[in-house]
Design a binder for this molecule. Structure first.
Ligand SMILES: C[S@@+](CC[C@H](N)C(=O)[O-])C[C@H]1O[C@@H](n2cnc3c(N)ncnc32)[C@H](O)[C@@H]1O
Length: 286
């Protein structure tokens, strides 16, 4: 799979500071584990073993991953079809799977521009293979913890016009950023680069939907997981929307954000520990 995704000399379009040799398939990896939760094929025995271990302790995790992916697609559909957004910056892209951002947005408006950003070389390799030949999508290998470098990246600047509204997607990524790495400051730096009328779509893991007795045990388990997560409560997740006005229905459990068809049943929402929301950048207040 990996070899097929790379160009003949094995170098591909890897950026300075990153090498294909860094792709180690012997260790479980968050992007490939997420791909396994979603039922994808771009994962290896080490990833599947780690997923089996987590699912033994937390059987709800694959359902959370699927609820998150569905939220991403509904949010992009809203942004492209209802809000009229034609430019997306998707940070924390993940390994491409069904219903990628450029596909969902492209159905609403084929000229939509999408820049994918991820710090994982394997995501970069897969995304490059998928996007070859497209003039409206770009892929940037960069780290969310360095937002200024993302904003100054030539591949991003080629596609994104910062005088027109942009949708910034931070979907299932901020829970990988520790408090001491200043996630709120990172979001603020990105927000300040966006013109008024831009949007932020965000999802974030939480323990708020676990029964109280479960939450401590779950917190300890997730902390020891292969990809430790910083699960945050509602107030902290809401604060990432500072400077944005949340659109209806606000910050909610992800399956409840503008569900298609029937409202999910209460029993299908239990332990689905992921918030989702979309906000529109508010006019500057002086
Ligand atoms: C759970 S996946 C989410 C994929 C996609 N946004 C979705 O919701 O379907 C998280 C992605 O974030 C990426 N990621 C994690 N930390 C990152 C960082 N500091 N900078 C850039 N990407 C990061 C991982 O490599 C992975 O591809």
């Amino acid at each position: 799979m990996l070899a097929a995704a790379m160009s003949g000399d094995g170098k591909d379009a890897m950026e300075p500071g990153f090498a294909a040799a860094e792709i180690d398939t012997s260790k479980p990896h968050p992007a490939r584990m997420y791909n396994a939760y979603l039922g994808g094929n771009d994962n290896y025995p080490a990833d599947r073993a780690a997923v089996r271990q987590i699912v033994r302790d937390f059987p709800e995790v694959p359902a959370i991953a699927k609820a998150n992916r569905a939220f991403l697609q509904r949010a992009v559909q809203f942004l492209a079809a209802e809000a009229g957004i034609r430019q997306f910056i998707d940070i924390g892209t993940g390994i491409p799977s069904a219903g990628n951002v450029h596909e969902v947005a492209g159905r609403a408006a084929p000229d939509t521009r999408v820049v994918y950003v991820d710090n994982d070389p394997i995501v970069h390799v897969h995304a490059n293979a998928l996007l070859t030949g497209s003039g409206t999508t770009g892929i940037v290998l960069a780290d969310l913890r360095e937002p200024a470098a993302i904003l100054a990246h030539s591949a991003l600047l080629e596609l994104i016009d910062f005088t027109r509204p942009v949708a910034l997607l931070l979907v299932a990524i901020l829970h990988f950023i520790k408090d001491e790495e200043d996630p709120a400051g990172i979001v603020a730096t990105l927000r300040d680069s966006l013109p008024e009328g831009s949007y932020l779509a965000l999802s974030h893991g939480t323990l708020d939907f676990h029964p109280p007795g479960d939450a401590d045990q779950a917190a300890a388990g997730y902390k020891n997981a292969t990809a430790p997560l910083v699960l945050r409560g509602r107030d902290q997740v809401s604060s990432f929307f500072d400077g944005f006005d949340l659109v209806e229905p606000g910050l909610v459990q992800a399956p409840l954000w503008r569900p298609e068809g029937k409202r999910p049943r209460a029993r299908d929402l239990e332990k689905i520990g992921i918030y989702g929301g979309v906000g529109r950048k508010a006019p500057a207040s002086f």
